[in-house]
Design a protein around this ligand. Structure first.
Ligand code: AMP
Length: 178
């Protein structure tokens, strides 16, 4: 199954900058078995953990996965948004990307104190985004026992950094290179 899911991810070289191999999950999501298989795979991983209180997804592809997974797990969904999009009072965390810099925000009241939050994104590369999301959810009062991704780029070391920060990391597939 994983090999089939992997075959549905399209690779676009030199996007958005020369040297980046962009792993495009739109082709995975557009395929019915690809979309369902991605959510099934993540739900199976979640089943090995004590129940999570909510799923937090990182904008934008983490919303697609996280929302579907939250329904599957019977919990609510919390969006971790890019700067300036959330209408209420927010907390924010800046981070460096593989290409550029960015800011993630969460509503201050989105997470209950002590909630077990499952962090979701499509891909982990350097880990900068997920580590910022972890800091943000922690500052909002949550506990992040685990982070799940469809794709890991192990050579960029992000999953190792998350594990060093105490999170359990689960992925559905990995790709060589950056
Ligand atoms: P990082 O913070 O370096 O772990 O980068 C992860 C974030 O950037 C995720 O939200 C990914 O969607 C996106 N991203 C980074 N590198 C790639 C890549 N090679 N292909 C697709 N998306 C990527």
């Amino acid at each position: 199954m994983t090999e089939h899911l992997k075959s549905l991810v399209r690779t676009i070289p030199d996007f958005p900058e020369p040297g980046i191999m962009f792993r495009d999950v739109t082709t995975l999501f557009a395929d019915p078995a690809g979309m369902a298989g991605s959510i099934r795979g993540m739900a199976d991983h979640a089943g090995a953990f004590p129940k999570f209180d909510c799923v937090a997804g990182i904008e934008a592809r983490g919303f697609i996965l996280g929302a579907a997974l939250a329904i599957e797990l019977g919990v609510g969904f919390v969006p971790l948004r890019k700067k300036g999009k959330l209408p209420g009072a927010t907390l924010h965390e800046d981070y460096a990307l593989e290409y550029g810099t960015d800011t993630l925000e969460v509503h201050q009241d989105a997470i209950n104190e002590g909630d077990r939050v499952l962090l979701i994104d499509d891909l982990i590369a350097t880990g900068g985004t997920a580590l910022a999301a972890h800091r943000l959810v922690t500052r909002a009062g949550g506990i992040v026992p685990a982070a799940f991704f469809v794709i890991d780029l192990p050579e960029l070391g992000g999953a190792a950094k998350l594990r060093a920060a105490g999170l359990e990391v689960r992925v559905l597939m990995d790709f060589d290179g950056a």
